[in-house]
Design a binder for this molecule. Structure first.
Ligand code: PAF
Length: 283
């Protein structure tokens, strides 16, 4: 059975009060729709941990720094509701835009430091948009637990810090990236890749894995980076925005994997911007 679709905050609040009376633990999975296996794994994690689960679908204009990207973002509400049906989700919140940004809306939530690099550098304003909408979704839903994919690792760190700094009583969980058989991280943007580009995109993960193996063997990042960059360009990737080794907690740049670390990448392919990351265990 498909879950009820709520478009008004007052309806979400009414449901929330009912669930609180039952003593239910409420889980939240924020999404922008165009659901794939990655999102569904978050829903499964939320269902396993919580009594009631809300999935939100809202294509948040404030986090797009490129008008074309916003216009082309896939909107597939009916198909999304059908994909959620087998999971027994309790509500799908698809807020009308004025429920998130009413007339005269003037507040921005901005996390400093963590947002200065990588996505923050290449997508100015993106994380202000993310932190603002996620803060609103946390507060509107009153959820106890929220589930995010590690695919957007920097986003996961930003929303975790935002909730902590603002004393929002919610536990943020990061869930493992779900990958295609090729290793390509699942993403709603993959739908826009041509079949040929999809084939090439599958080469991104092996490049990250090889770098991780070299780091594990004690390699210095600056020494092994040039060959990885050359391989990406041989495989047909376009502009490489960043390919960084960073501390898994603070996102500070690292020379070696001498503490829990993360390799993170953003690269263009066929007009689509791909991001990915993997953990590197300390040597
Ligand atoms: O990861 C996403 O889909 C979005 O950034 C999020 C967290 C739903 C906020 O709009």
């Amino acid at each position: 059975m498909t879950a009820p679709i709520l478009r008004r905050l007052s309806d979400l609040r009414a449901l929330h009060s009912e669930w609180r009376r039952e003593g239910a633990r409420i889980g939240l999975v924020p999404t922008m729709g165009a659901l794939h296996e990655g999102h569904l794994s978050l829903v499964a994690a939320a269902k396993a941990a919580c009594d009631r689960v809300i999935v939100t679908i809202f294509v948040n204009p404030k986090q797009f720094n490129n008008a074309e990207d916003l216009a082309k973002y896939p909107r597939t509400e009916l198909a999304d509701a059908e994909k959620l049906a087998p999971y027994g989700v309790d509500a799908i919140y698809v807020p009308d835009p004025d429920q998130i940004y009413p007339e005269g809306y003037a507040t921005t939530v901005s996390v400093t430091g963590l947002t200065d690099v990588m996505e923050g550098e290449f997508r100015p304003g993106h994380f202000d948009g993310v932190a603002t909408v996620v803060a609103k979704l946390f507060l509107q839903s009153g959820a106890d637990e929220a589930f995010f994919g590690e695919k957007d690792y920097q986003q996961l760190m930003v929303v975790t810090r935002m909730a902590r700094d603002l004393d929002i009583p919610i536990t943020v969980h990061g869930c493992a990236t779900v990958r295609e058989a090729s290793g390509l991280a699942m993403s709603s943007r993959n739908m826009r890749l041509s079949p040929e580009a999809l084939g090439k995109a599958g080469q991104l993960y092996p490049v990250l894995r090889e770098l991780a193996d070299q780091l594990q063997a004690g390699g210095r990042f600056d020494d092994i980076l040039p060959a990885a960059k050359a391989r990406l360009s041989e495989e047909g990737f376009g502009e490489l925005e960043y390919l960084d080794l960073r501390c898994g907690e603070t996102l500070a740049p690292l020379e070696r994997a001498d503490r829990p670390a993360r390799l993170l990448v953003a690269v263009w392919l066929d007009g689509i911007r791909l991001i990915d990351n993997i953990a590197v265990d300390p040597v």
